[in-house]
Design a protein around this ligand. Structure first.
Ligand SMILES: [Zn+2]
Length: 609
C-alpha cells in the first residue's frame, strides 16, 4: 500500500509542491532561435538545478549569487524564476538590467516571448493593449493574477524608491552603475526593496570585469563561494555519501592538457584528473556533470548567502567546446606577447569567470635597466641626505641593498649583492662611502630581516645597536608598521614589524614614476651604473594581487631588501626632506638608534600604532 502511495507521490505530485526546476521542466518552452529551443530540460544544464531549487519557496535561502562565464544559461534561469513566481506562486517581481535602454529590448525579446511561448503564462498575464489602463500590462510593467513584474535599468534612480518587491532579479550586474547619485552601490539599494518580506528571494548574476571594481566579485566574496564538483569517472568512489572535495574534481584551466605550437592548438584538449592522472575526454563531461551521479556544488565557506561559480568549461556538449576555449586562450596569449591585453582580459572574464587583475602585469625585468644612471657602484650621488641598508637573511647567506636617501624624496641604489657570513655583513655596515666631491658617508641605519633566524639576528643587532634594527614583515597587520620591545629576550630589543604590502606598493610607485616619465626628478628611484639582471629580476619576482603581493619567481630577496629600505625611508621621514640644509650628515657621530629613533620619530609612527 505504501509503495503505491510513494509511486503516486512520485509521479503525481500536487502542483503546489513544484520547485522552480520542476516547474521549468513541466511548463517552460524555449523560443526557437535560442541555443536550445523547445521544451526546457534542466538535465541539459545540470549546474543550474541547485540554484533554481534554492530560489524555490521550499528552501529557506533568501539570496543566491552567481559569478559566471557568458552563455551558460543563467539569464534563462532568471526567466524561469520569473515564470514560476508569475504562474505558480504569484508575487511582486522586480528585474534590474544594466541600463534603462536595455529594458525595452529585454522585455520584448525575452520576457514577452517567454510569455507567448509558455501556455500557462499566457493564461495568467494581462495582455498589452494600446491605451493605458490600470488593468493592462505595458512592455516593462507586466501584470498577472496575484502579482506583477517590473523591469528597470540600474541607472534609473527612481527604481530604488518604489514599493516593496518580493522577488528580485539582478541580471549581469557588472554592467550596473557604480554609484547611484551619491546614495551608494545599487546592489544594496536594490536588495533593500525586499527587506519587508521574510520569504524574499534575490537572484544576482554577473560576469566579472576588473578586479577590485566588480559588483559581482564583491557579492560573491560575501557568499558561500561554491564550485561545482564532479566525480572523476576513474577514481572517485561511487558511494555518494563519501564523495567530497578531496575525491571529486572541478574544471579549471590548469588541469587541461593539449599541444600547442606558436600559439596554435595542434592537438585535442583533454582534462587530466588531479587525483589519478586519468585523461578525460570532453564527451565524458555530460555524465560527470549529471547530479544523478553525484555532481554538486560544494561551499568554500559557510554563509547564509549562497554563492556559485561556473566557468565555460562546464558548457553543455554542443555549446562552447573545450577546444574553442583553449584556442581563444592561445590567441589571447599571443596578443599579450605583443603587449595587447584586451583579449586576455576578455578571456579571463568571459571564459574563466574571474576578475581581471590589471596590476598582475609584470614588468619585463629589462625595463628596469632604464633606471640605471651614470654613477658607479659604491658612489654616493649628489643631494644625498642619508644612506641606509637592509639585509635579507637566508639559510647560509645574506642579500643586501645599500641605498641613498636623496632630497626631493629620491632613492638611489648605491650597492647590492650577496655575502656569506655575519663578518661580511659587519664589514658592510661599517664601510664608508663617498660622493664625487669626496664627502664621506656611513650607513645611518640598517634593517635586518629577523623572520628566519631570529636569535642570530637579535644577537647581531644587539651587538651593533648603534646601526642595526631587526625587522619582520606581517601582511595581516592593519597598521603600516609598529615597534615593540621584545621583553622576553635576554637583552630586550625593539622589533620593527611592517606590513610589506604597503611598502611594496610604495616601492613599486617609485619605480613606475621614473619609467613612465624619464624626465621626472621627484619621488623616483635609480640604480648604479653596473646594476644587472641579478637585481632587476628579483625586483619583478612578485606581482600585486587583490589581497597582497605574491611571488611568482623563487628569488625575491633583493625586492625584500628594497621593501625594508622603503620602510626605513618612512621611519626617518625622508619624504619631508625637500632640500639640502644644515642637517647634512657630518662625520659619524655616536648614535643610539633604539633609544634615539623611537622618541624622535614619534610623530609618524604613533599615528599608526
Ligand atoms: Zn581520477
Amino acid at each position: 500500500m505504501s509503495l503505491v502511495i510513494n509511486l503516486f507521490k512520485k509521479y503525481f505530485r500536487p502542483i503546489e509542491e513544484l520547485t522552480i526546476s520542476e516547474w521549468a521542466d513541466r511548463y517552460r518552452i524555449l523560443p526557437s532561435g535560442s541555443a536550445e529551443s523547445g521544451r526546457w530540460r534542466t538535465s541539459r544544464t545540470p549546474y543550474l538545478k541547485e540554484i533554481m531549487d534554492e530560489l524555490s519557496p521550499q528552501s529557506k535561502t533568501q539570496k543566491c549569487v552567481v559569478i559566471k562565464a557568458t552563455q551558460l544559461g543563467f539569464s534563462e534561469l532568471g526567466n524561469n524564476v520569473i515564470g514560476y513566481y508569475t504562474h505558480h506562486d504569484p508575487r511582486t517581481i522586480g528585474m534590474w538590467l544594466p541600463t534603462e535602454g536595455m529594458v525595452e529590448r529585454h522585455a520584448k525579446k525575452k520576457i514577452w516571448r517567454m510569455i507567448e511561448d509558455t501556455k500557462v503564462l499566457k493564461e495568467v498575464v494581462s495582455p498589452r493593449i494600446r491605451g493605458k489602463s490600470s488593468e493592462t500590462s505595458t512592455i516593462s510593467q507586466i501584470l498577472f493574477k496575484g502579482g506583477s513584474l517590473s523591469l528597470y535599468g540600474s541607472n534609473q534612480s527612481s527604481s530604488y524608491r518604489s514599493d516593496s518587491i518580493n522577488v528580485i532579479i539582478k541580471d549581469d550586474v557588472d554592467g550596473f552603475t557604480k554609484d547611484v547619485e551619491g546614495e551608494g552601490s545599487p546592489m544594496e539599494l536594490i536588495d533593500n526593496r525586499a527587506d519587508s518580506f521574510a520569504n524574499r528571494k534575490i537572484y544576482t548574476n554577473g560576469t566579472p570585469t576588473i578586479e577590485n571594481d566588480s559588483h559581482i566579485e564583491l557579492e560573491f566574496e560575501n557568499s558561500s563561494q561554491a564550485d561545482y564538483y564532479m566525480p572523476c569517472p576513474y577514481c572517485t568512489p561511487k558511494d555518494k555519501t563519501i564523495q567530497d572535495k578531496n575525491n571529486m574534481v572541478v574544471f579549471e584551466l590548469d588541469n587541461f592538457t593539449y599541444n600547442e605550437e606558436n600559439y596554435k592548438l595542434i592537438s585535442g584538449v583533454s582534462f587530466v584528473c588531479p587525483h589519478c592522472g586519468s585523461i578525460i575526454e570532453e564527451r565524458e563531461k555530460t555524465l560527470m556533470m549529471d547530479y544523478e551521479n553525484g555532481a554538486k556544488y560544494i561551499d568554500k565557506v559557510e554563509h547564509e548567502v549562497k554563492g556559485y561559480r561556473i566557468n565555460s568549461f562546464y558548457s553543455p556538449l554542443g555549446w562552447v567546446t573545450w577546444e574553442q576555449i583553449i584556442r581563444e586562450y592561445l590567441k589571447a596569449k599571443k596578443a599579450e606577447s605583443n603587449n595587447n591585453k584586451r583579449l586576455m582580459k576578455r578571456f579571463i572574464n568571459t571564459r574563466l569567470a574571474k576578475p581581471y587583475s590589471e596590476l598582475k602585469e609584470v614588468l619585463p625585468y629589462q625595463e628596469l635597466s632604464k633606471l640605471k644612471i651614470d654613477i658607479d657602484r659604491g658612489i654616493v650621488p649628489d643631494n644625498t641626505w642619508k644612506i641606509i641598508m637592509s639585509v635579507d637573511v637566508q639559510g647560509n647567506h645574506f642579500w643586501y641593498e645599500v641605498r641613498a636617501l636623496q632630497y626631493a624624496y629620491k632613492f638611489h641604489v648605491i650597492d647590492y649583492g650577496r655575502v656569506e657570513t655575519w663578518e661580511q655583513v659587519n664589514a658592510l655596515i661599517r664601510a664608508t662611502y663617498h660622493d664625487i666631491k669626496g664627502d664621506v658617508f656611513s650607513i645611518f641605519i640598517c634593517a635586518i630581516d629577523s623572520g628566519f633566524k631570529k636569535s642570530e639576528v637579535y644577537n647581531f643587532c644587539s651587538e651593533n645597536s648603534d646601526i642595526c634594527i631587526p625587522i619582520k614583515g606581517k601582511a595581516t597587520m592593519e597598521s603600516r608598521y609598529q615597534q615593540r620591545t621584545q621583553e622576553k629576550e635576554i637583552q630586550p630589543i625593539i622589533l620593527h614589524t611592517i606590513n610589506p604590502n604597503y611598502f611594496k606598493d610604495t616601492l613599486q610607485s617609485h619605480i613606475l614614476n621614473r619609467l613612465e616619465n624619464q624626465d621626472r626628478e621627484e619621488h623616483i628611484m635609480t640604480f648604479h651604473a653596473q646594476s644587472d639582471s641579478t637585481i632587476f629580476k628579483q625586483y619583478v619576482a612578485e606581482h600585486r594581487e587583490l589581497k597582497g603581493w605574491v611571488a611568482h619567481a623563487k628569488d625575491n630577496h633583493l625586492w625584500d631588501c628594497g621593501t625594508y629600505n622603503t620602510y626605513l625611508s618612512e621611519l626617518l621621514q625622508h619624504r619631508t626632506k625637500n632640500k639640502e640644509h644644515e642637517e647634512r650628515p657630518k662625520k659619524k657621530k655616536s648614535r643610539v638608534i633604539h633609544r634615539g629613533i623611537s622618541p624622535n620619530y614619534h610623530g609618524s609612527y604613533l599615528d599608526n600604532y
